[in-house]
Design a protein around this ligand. Structure first.
Ligand SMILES: O=P(O)(O)OC[C@H]1O[C@H](O)[C@H](O)[C@@H](O)[C@@H]1O
Length: 545
């Protein structure tokens, strides 16, 4: 049993949360609730008043954070301590957005100069490609980028590029290939001209099956279009921490952008892994993205926990996971440009906090990371919101919306905003049986039918949500938003005493996948595995049912 669940604060929270009244009542009790439960930081505004909390709940949650030595843990991360204890690594993605004048030490070396050099190398490359000075093998300028990478080497670049489409410049297009399913690559290549296409191979380890296979196939395609081996250097660049392996693969050493062991894959968009983003939005905008994240780092490290946005959001999540039995958390982006955020936060949070032993290897006796999912508003309202309102699962929601649209058109944005706010209101207040009855009173239905329909129309409410607003979606506000969720994830991990920076769970699948690949290609039928796996492999070898 862990000490966490034995603590007085934990036990007090268990008792307290079961006694808290419905949120309707909490709002009625305190007219200042919104003012007291909202906070602004780095161009973001968080309204967390529609949560199952009162002053006492917050006090207990913040005590839990203090007892977990949160401040010390934050300092340890920013100082470059080896907080990723299973891989013996520092966790310094925050250094990637630091100021050039800072000194940040990892393993005895100030890493800021290296970071700045890489940014300068990126800037030169971006300028050369955007200006058309970088020529392909027939002397033509580049028009299309194909970014090949998976996991953290894919989601960040793809989703941030998509989110910042209003800032694209230079006329370049970017296509992302992650899956080893050849359809992904082939569908992209169909419409591309090898003479004007540049491939970026992004892999921290340079060892990921999907990325290596897709890059080799892309190279075969490139050569099959009439290019020669010497032309490869003009069309293939790599971002990796394994420079030796990339060179061995045939990449020109000048075209390899470094990254480092102290950057986790899912925290790497701030490094040269962000090169596709920089190529699309330009280096100044990329630096604004870094700056927005840096501002959030400053807020996170310098603000008392009671006003600290990532800490507040993390502790609310802990509240639902550990004291209300919630197993999921939904991200609802009310902005078409931000439609990819749920997938991004899904990897960030689930790969970080999907753990069941503490740092010292003790089995946890409490829930850790919830299932993160979500989508784009208002689309979800016509699909899964039904379950949020009336289902049996408690799923806290984050509503994210810019106040100003990049595409102001008629009443569209008013309608988007009214739907967003209307949903948070409906989730919070619900509709009582009596209210449903009153609404049906004037109908021509029989009393028994009215009673039945009222039962179905009644909604419990008391469903928690956060509302996150910003003036406008800009590189800087997006940087702050992503850093907010990174730190939220970190704080949760700190409370749960887990390592949020390793991902051993993905390894066994990779290992067994390689073994299966060998058996698929073996001369004899599979017979050494469990009956299901043998039969599936043999069915696949046969190629038909
Ligand atoms: O960048 P790479 O080394 O190719 O890794 C790509 C991805 O694959 C791994 O399996 C991890 O689960 C991810 O965290 C990582 O981002």
């Amino acid at each position: 049993m862990t000490t966490l669940t034995q603590s007085t604060t934990w036990k007090a929270l268990q008792t307290h949360t079961s006694q808290l009244p419905h949120m309707r009542e909490l709002f009625a009790q305190n007219p200042q609730r919104f003012e007291q439960m909202s906070v602004t930081a780095c161009g973001l505004f968080l309204d967390y008043s529609k949560n199952r909390v009162n002053d006492e709940t917050l006090k207990l949650l913040f005590s839990l954070a203090k007892e977990a030595k949160l401040s010390e843990k934050i300092t340890a991360m920013f100082n470059g301590d080896m907080i990723n204890n299973t891989e013996q690594r520092a966790v310094l993605h925050t250094a990637l957005r630091s100021k050039a004048t800072q000194t940040i030490i990892a393993e005895g070396v100030n890493i800021v100069p290296e970071i700045q050099q890489t940014l300068a190398k990126m800037a030169k490359f971006v300028d050369s490609v955007q200006s058309g000075n970088w020529k392909g093998y027939t002397g033509k300028a580049i028009t299309d980028i194909v970014s090949i990478g998976i996991g953290g080497s894919f989601l960040g670049p793809k989703i941030v590029s998509q989110a910042l489409k209003p800032y694209w410049q230079g006329g370049l297009n970017c296509h992302f290939v992650a899956n080893v399913d050849a359809t992904s690559l082939c569908e992209k290549l169909k419409n591309l001209n090898a003479e004007t296409t540049l491939f970026i191979m992004s892999s921290k380890s340079f060892n990921t099956q999907e990325t290596l296979t897709n890059t080799l196939s892309a190279k075969d395609w490139f050569l099959a279009q009439g290019a020669s081996q010497q032309d490869v250097a003009k069309h293939f660049v790599a971002v990796t921490s394994n420079v030796a392996k990339a060179t061995e693969f045939g990449m020109d050493a000048n075209n390899i952008f470094p990254m480092w062991d102290w950057v986790g894959g899912r925290y790497s968009l701030w490094s040269a892994i962000g090169l596709p983003i920089a190529l699309l939005i330009g280096m100044d905008n990329f630096k604004d993205l870094l700056d927005g994240a840096h501002q959030m780092d400053e807020h996170f490290t310098n603000t008392p926990i009671e006003q600290n946005m990532p800490v507040i959001m993390a502790m609310l999540s802990v509240l639902y996971s550990n004291f209300h039995g919630s197993q999921a958390h939904v991200i609802l982006a009310y902005d078409h440009y931000l439609r990819g955020l749920p997938a991004y936060f899904q990897q960030l949070d689930m790969e970080s906090n999907g753990k069941s032993v503490t740092l010292d290897g003790t089995d946890v006796d409490y829930s850790t990371g919830p299932v993160i999912w979500g989508g784009e508003g208002t689309n979800g309202q016509h699909a899964y919101h039904q379950l949020l309102h009336q289902g049996t699962a408690l799923i806290p929601a984050d509503f994210i919306m810019p106040l100003q649209s990049h595409n102001p058109l008629g009443k569209h944005h008013d309608q988007l905003a009214s739907n967003c706010f209307g949903q948070t209101q409906a989730l919070m207040q619900g509709r009582t049986y009596d209210e449903a009855l009153a609404e049906l009173n004037n109908s021509s239905l029989e009393p028994a039918q009215i009673a039945l329909i009222a039962k179905h129309k009644a909604m419990p409410g008391n469903k928690p949500s956060n509302t996150l607003l910003m003036d406008k979606l800009t590189p800087s506000t997006l940087g702050a938003l992503i850093a907010l969720y990174e730190h939220r994830t970190f704080v949760q991990g700190a409370i749960w005493q887990i390592n949020s920076f390793d991902q051993w769970g993905v390894e066994l699948g990779k290992q067994l996948g390689n073994d299966v690949l060998d058996r698929i290609g073996a001369p004899e039928e599979a017979s050494q595995l469990d009956s299901s796996s043998n039969a599936l492999i043999n069915l696949y070898r046969k190629g038909q049912l």
